[in-house]
Design a protein around this ligand. Sequence first.
Ligand code: BGC
Length: 767
Amino acid sequence: MLKRITADDWKIIENGFSPETNRFFESIFSLGNEHMGLRGFFEEGYSGDSLQGTYVAGIYYPDPTKVGWWKIGYPDYYAKVINSINWIGIGVDLEGRHLDLAKGRVRDFKRELDMKKGCLSRTFTWIGKDGQETRFAFNRFLSMADTSIACISVKAVPLNYSGNITFHIYLDGNVQNEDTYYGESFWDEVNKDLNEEYSVITMRTKKTDFYLSAASRFKLVVNDRDFQTKSQILQKTGWVGYKTSHFAERGKSIEIQKFVSVVTSRDHEKENLEKVAIDKLAAAYRKGYTKLFNEHVRVMEEKWENSDISIAGDIEAQQGIRYCIFQLNQTYSGKDPRLNIGPKGFSGEKYGGATYWDTEAFCLPFYLYTKEEAARNLLHYRYLQLKQARENAGKLGLKGALFPMVTMDGHECHNEWEITFEEIHRNGAIAYAIYNYTNYTGNESYLFAGGIEILIEISRFWAYRVSYSQRKECYMILGVTGPNEYENNVNNNWYTNTIAAWTLEYTLESLIRIGEVEMNRYRELEKELDLREEEKALWRDIIERMYFPYVDDLDIFEQNDLYMDKEQTLVSDLDPKDLPLNKHWSWDRILRSCFVKQADVIQGIYFFPERYNQEEMTRNFNFYEPRTVHESSLSASIYSIVASRIGYRKKAYELYLRTARLDLENYNDDTEDGVHITSMAGSWLAIVQGFAGMSVQDGQLKLSPYVPEKWDGYSFKIAFRGRRLKIDVKKNYVEIEQIEGEPLKISIFNRGYHSQTGKAARAPIQE
Ligand code: BGC
């Protein structure tokens, strides 16, 4: 693919338009504000190849499950966040010729995503058949200040002629998903209404009965002055719009400003929904474009203030990490515990906008270190779904709770047996997130409230799911898929056995802690959850006698039983033409090979660094990394962090670049489906936990930072136990500046330093 993204600190810039890369750039230029989002498709429409996606968080459709209906326990449906009302539509006719970048000629095309301000602009000159040239500037933003509001502006200047320009400003509910099975529509129209002041349309989803109202109003601005205009009102099923024409003089600008509000029955009463949309629109219209934009930019600034990482001396790395932070903040900010983070956010249909283990294993720490409230809401999201997780375990004939691998509302909604039934390791990541939150914040209130219930139910699940081998006198977990999805139905996946035994340990420790601090709560739990001594004794026995596969001659953990019986080859032995394997090899061939899709044993080592010494980590890394193809976007960041821990700095940096610029470089050749939001959190961690070596042990913040060779330095901010700290890493020293909160003792390379407001603590960096 042609590489056309210009390196820049704060911007993603595309120069020149090419239809072949249109879908790729539509993904890259996605915008969102947690409530809603859309791909970077064009306002005026486009007759070439495009995936026109506009999504609203939490609005999904249960598509019937097509595979496996004959097997008991299969989910009833595959849930997907669906394409919803296209509210950006502004068709443009120039003297009767329809603007369409797939037709005519395009000159000086430039698209720019300003990540600091959170807005997208597009400028170009379009040359029609008879040589008429018109210069265009499109701008859009989705307000972060009022997330139901979005604004678009289109400015046209006829360069070598004067003539009529006609705009069609519309809301279109006749949209479909590209991945729909039978080309069906997921929406029905409920109502529409339009007059001189506003147009509004309400659609409802089939089956799930979500209502969505979008309202819009426009303003004509001629030569930068508001202009009263008459417009024609148009409507058809699922569609409302205005048509307005204006005579444009050569060299003079004519602009349409479109204001939109989008609200749903998730947040408002159905009966009132239309009125809410109209009222919000009216308030936005009164404020006007500039004021709305300024309000939005102020919220963006706050977000950057808390979560930016600044890198000196490497503009590509800087652009890469800012792109990741930008997209994470666009997708989720933790205001609503009913929402979560889809692997593609608002940037495409793949993964259906559903929640995966990615949230707990990858995204949670990003929010934990930058905005604790958001992390807490992510935990709460699972608590709200505990009932369904219990039902889910029951459906499979098991006890306790099994959280789904893929979900919209707490029910499992994925339909591949090796994922739905076998990737049970996700239950462990949910338990680990509770530990992660409690360990980092020192705040035990979540653990003592909902957290412990989740831990008990997950422990029950593990205790029921293990098999006791009479022959070997130990506990095993049979028939699973580990994080490495390139092996299915394996026995004793080392990672799964590790996280299962660890959950049992952590649950028992937490119960002891609750007993010490709040005996009443402990008694309450015993009663409510029927927790008995025999059950805890069984958990202890499982911890003691869990089986962990091991390769004695190499002194490493074996990924699962029989892994070492596979033919052992390395990624470097492969013909590069075969990569990525998932695009060139049959599934059967992949499953039989030793190639690892993503961190598996290394994921376990990453989670529990205090358990393994440097030599153990290094031996396992040396063995598994050369066999890993990193064909999950989630892989490189974890390997990068472990590489930093064992002093493999070059490798850590190489893997960091792979994760931070994964989409900008299209490394996995799939960015056109959408960008990899959840793996972006891993990129952030590769700097903070990897290069800066940050961790919290026994309540103390620890750092062991270094600067990658190519960089001059980097800095980031974290929130930690009521404080805000700026950590500035230079080649020879690190400085900790206390921005808010009480003085803090920090351990840097295992020596204690005190940070206090107004005075940066400085520690030398040892080589
Ligand atoms: C990975 C999973 C991940 C999913 C969604 C898959 O390719 O193997 O671990 O949960 O993508 O990101």
